[in-house]
Write a protein that binds this ligand. Structure first.
Ligand SMILES: Nc1ncnc2c1ncn2[C@@H]1O[C@H](COP(=O)(O)OP(=O)(O)O)[C@@H](O)[C@H]1O
Ligand SMILES: [Mg+2]
Length: 257
């Protein structure tokens, strides 16, 4: 059997005197779309940053595609880095660069493509996220919130990753823009065969995308199952999160697969 795309064992994270994670385990199999949910400050963003090696755990092990994140050669680490893309919470575009140059950035960094090829690849990525070639000339300050997310997604997909991590992808978008961005993520996820990990507070986003839900509470993954099964877990966070009026409505719209 293939190694899980992400495998986390006995992860501990401490900031000063505060333990954010204590003995956290999580496996994400290829093709899963995992929604990571948990209260504010429960350590979701921290976990995402650790998954991609931006932050070293206090203790414990994280493997991507069966390989440890740290300790290999520089070449091996670079090769591993190309297999995932990240969409940070606020888009995190380079504000001095045009949309085109933002998307081209990871391609240029590779030093493998000439400018004509880069141009073709950027145009393809713009089309994938349903933007037009002329949008490439805009700067981030000229974009709407929804467009910033699409450009950030195009950049995250530039190197054709197998794994895509998204931190609150629909935060700050109005309901219509949020719905259309979720549809785009789902379509690209299915077409490109991506493994997805997304942090979200939004039940509609979770219901539309997630094949499994991981609940981060009490410093660990307290539950990891289908939405249907996770909502039956008897825990205050789960009750509050899923069984409110708003939660019940979102769950009626669950995308069954
Ligand atoms: N670099 C850091 N230094 C100190 N404390 C941090 C750091 N990053 C996060 N924290 C703390 O860790 C906890 C979890 O943060 P975070 O992962 O951002 O939570 P979430 O994304 O679930 O809201 C919070 O209490 C936060 O203040
Ligand atoms: Mg966060």
């Amino acid at each position: 059997m293939a190694a899980p795309v992400i495998s986390i064992r006995e992860l501990h994270t401490r900031f000063g005197a505060v333990w954010v994670h204590k003995g956290l385990d999580l496996d994400v199999a290829a093709g899963e779309m995992v929604a990571l949910v948990g209260g504010s400050g429960s350590g979701k963003t921290t976990l995402l940053r650790q998954m991609i090696g931006l932050l070293t755990p206090t203790q414990g092990e994280i493997r991507l595609f069966g390989e440890p994140l740290f300790g290999g050669s520089v070449e091996r680490e670079c090769a591993l880095r190309r297999r995932f893309g990240v969409l940070f919470q606020h888009g995190a575009l380079f504000s001095a660069f045009s949309v085109f140059d933002n998307i081209a950035f990871p391609l240029r960094e590779l030093k493998r493509f000439d400018e004509a090829t880069i141009r073709d690849l950027v145009m393809l990525k713009l089309e994938m996220v349903e933007l037009l070639p002329r949008h490439g000339q805009l700067t981030p300050s000229e974009l709407s919130g929804g467009m910033v997310k699409r450009v950030a997604l195009a950049r995250a997909l530039a190197l054709e990753p197998e794994l895509l991590l998204l931190d609150e992808p629909t935060a700050g978008l109005d309901p219509d823009r949020s719905d259309s961005f979720v549809r785009l993520i789902r379509m690209l996820g299915e077409e490109l065969g991506l493994t997805l990990v997304l942090v979200t507070h939004d039940l509609d986003t979770m219901a539309a995308l997630a094949t499994r839900v991981a609940v981060l509470a009490e410093q660990r993954i307290l539950a990891y199952d289908s939405i249907e099964n996770v909502i039956r877990v008897d825990h205050p966070f789960v009750r509050n999160f899923f069984l409110s009026e708003r939660g019940a409505r979102a769950l009626r719209n669950t995308h069954h697969r």
